[in-house]
Design a protein around this ligand. Structure first.
Ligand SMILES: Nc1nc2c(ncn2[C@@H]2O[C@H](COP(=O)(O)OP(=O)(O)OP(=O)(O)O)[C@@H](O)[C@H]2O)c(=O)[nH]1
Ligand SMILES: [Mg+2]
Length: 324
């Protein structure tokens, strides 16, 4: 019998067929370039971003999260990007409930998965809409972070992998960008905001051993880029370069000397796509799961795994007392 494909090829085909997916939340005020970023990432005009001001009056100025599914095909393996975008974030005079609204949105999905995990018979995998990574769009003001950003980033960082981004960085000189990055990082540090840590890959190194592998150097480079400076493209040249054209210049957004867009793109669609999911499931979601069960002790007995565990412990105790 002659097989058409090797085992490796079959694995690759299966993988390709199944594809990859990522759930990304984009948080930022209206007009900060969130949709342009997604257009640039997918290299097509999924969103109409031509007008500077969007009419957000349709929902009475209320903070909402719009959901979109976009298939991106960077190198033959399609990636299903589930995009969640804030509308009217920080839009009103009074925005103090924004953080709560965002966290509720994230936790609702955690609750849904938690509920499903507790079912004894799980016939199918639920659609997983847990946010794997949140990009927080910061307008560079030369003043670091304001109180509103601090409050929102603090809360978001506890629940999701948070990556701060400086939007529209084409408006900054190199020196201004450095200053903005420094001030934002200072505010992140002073306020204990939990941002995604690229250098936190414990599995790869032994304690006490300074590992300077290529991977580690790359992770350090990424870490030092935080907050990532992005420029969203508004056109594509005849040669296929994604550029932002303003009255001064034509800027190639994929040129790493202009901004960090390319790095961030590679992180999202390449190097960290699985990592974001793992840290969500094993870190952020797990923290929430434990907290939510601890605060609801009645719920614990409903867990099938725990029921079995408790029964075994009970039997152990009985056997033990028989011996005595
Ligand atoms: N100079 C510059 N302008 C940008 C950049 N990214 C987006 N813009 C422009 O800013 C405006 C708003 O961009 P959007 O992408 O629509 O902003 P949004 O955050 O999605 O906000 P809403 O559309 O209001 O929901 C548009 O005119 C974009 O062309 C950038 O990197 N630099
Ligand atoms: Mg727009």
């Amino acid at each position: 019998m002659c097989f058409q494909f090797t085992a490796e090829e079959i694995r690759q085909r299966k993988f390709t067929k199944r594809g990859l997916s990522l759930n990304v939340l984009l948080v930022g005020e209206n007009g900060t370039g969130k949709k342009t970023f997604i257009n640039t990432l997918s290299n097509r005009n999924y969103f109409n971003t031509i007008s500077e001001t969007v009419d957000h009056s349709g929902n009475g100025g209320k903070l909402e999260i719009s959901e979109h599914t976009i298939i991106i095909d960077p190198n033959a393996i399609p990636i299903k990007l589930n995009v969640f975008i804030t509308e009217n974030f920080g839009f009103n005079l009074e925005n103090s409930s924004n953080a709560t609204t965002l966290i509720k949105y994230i936790e609702n999905e955690y609750d849904r998965i938690l509920k499903h995990e507790r079912l004894i018979e799980r016939t199918h995998n639920p659609i997983d809409k847990r946010i794997h990574v949140a990009l927080y769009f910061i307008i560079p003001t030369g003043k670091g972070l304001n109180d509103f950003d601090i409050e929102n980033m603090k809360k978001l960082g506890q629940r999701v992998n948070l990556i701060p981004v400086i939007s529209k960085s084409d408006g900054l000189t190199e020196e201004e960008l450095r200053l903005n990055k420094d001030l934002i990082n200072k505010a992140i540090f002073e306020n204990n905001i939990e941002v995604f840590n690229f250098t936190n890959d414990e599995e790869d190194s032994f304690p006490g051993e300074e590992d300077e592998s290529e991977d580690n150097i790359f992770m350090k480079t990424l870490q030092e880029k935080i907050p990532f400076a992005v420029i969203g493209a508004n056109s594509v040249t005849d040669e296929g370069h994604q550029v932002r054209t303003n009255s001064f210049a034509v800027i190639d957004v994929n040129d790493e000397t202009n901004c960090d867009y390319k790095l961030l793109r590679n992180v999202l669609l390449g190097s960290h796509i699985e990592e974001f999911k793992d840290t969500t499931n094993n870190g952020k979601y797990e923290d929430y799961r434990v907290q939510s069960l601890t605060f609801n002790p009645n719920e614990i007995n409903k867990l099938p795994q725990l029921k079995i565990y408790n029964a075994l412990r009970e039997e152990e105790r009985r056997n033990f007392s028989n011996i005595l």
